[in-house]
Design a binder for this molecule. Structure first.
Ligand code: ATP
Length: 207
């Protein structure tokens, strides 16, 4: 049976979790099982391409010093500006968030009625007030292991990983908001089983 026949209505499921918790791995696994994905980070990267709206507004604000020699966004230059000045970070968020929200809304409209579950992978899903979804999946991982994976597999410096990782309180708050928790404290095989469980849960919502 195709995913389309299985799902009568188009479910919209938010997926969130701390940095390095395994969101991309889980969303890819759900896509393999038949979902479509709206990936907020990918949308940001797309809108930051030269000529695209977020790029244009950022250059308007900070000028060419945030560009590489090739005329693309120099992410490190942007990070150097916004991570030491909260007003600059606010300005960046005010540029990025509305345009990303707009694109997410456009994609939700595009996929609505397709009968295939939509996964919305949004790092700050809970904080951003997406309350009209059919359910929220939180990918959970103890902070110590998230730091280890960011350093081991993603090339982060240990201090940088520690600074960016959610603290225990944020972790618990997130879990409270979850309709379904994916435990990613095990190895990749157990994560695969967790993804099966998550997919079964999604299927059960439309039964
Ligand atoms: P970000 O917050 O940066 O977007 P993320 O939450 O999407 O990260 P992933 O990129 O899926 O997290 O995972 C972080 C890293 O940990 C990746 O290199 C991934 O392959 C690895 N990883 C994820 N789950 C496991 C696991 N259970 N065991 C070992 N490595 C894992």
């Amino acid at each position: 049976m195709s995913a389309k026949e299985l799902f009568q209505e188009t479910l919209e499921i938010g997926l969130t979790g701390g940095i390095g918790s395994g969101k991309s791995t889980v969303s890819a696994g759900l896509v393999e099982r038949g979902a479509v994905l709206i990936d907020a980070d990918a949308i940001v990267r797309e809108l930051q391409q030269p000529g695209k709206p977020v790029f244009e507004k950022m250059v308007e604000r900070w000028g060419e010093k945030i560009l590489s020699e090739e005329g693309e966004l120099n992410r490190q230059a942007v990070a150097d500006i916004v991570f030491k000045d909260s007003e600059e970070l606010l300005a960046l968020n005010e540029i990025v968030h509305p345009l990303v929200r707009e694109e997410i809304a456009r994609l939700r409209d595009t996929y609505a009625g397709g009968g295939v579950p939509i996964i919305l992978d949004i790092p700050l899903l809970i904080e951003s007030g997406y309350e009209d979804l059919d359910g929220i999946i939180v990918v959970d991982l103890i902070p110590k292991e998230a730091i280890r994976r960011l350093v081991a597999y993603r090339g982060f410096a240990e201090d940088d990983a520690k600074n960016r990782i959610s603290n225990q309180v944020e972790r618990e708050e997130r879990i409270k908001k979850a309709d379904f928790v994916v435990d990613n404290n095990g190895d990749l095989n157990s994560l695969n089983e967790e993804i099966d469980r998550a997919w079964n849960w999604i299927e059960s919502l439309s039964a």
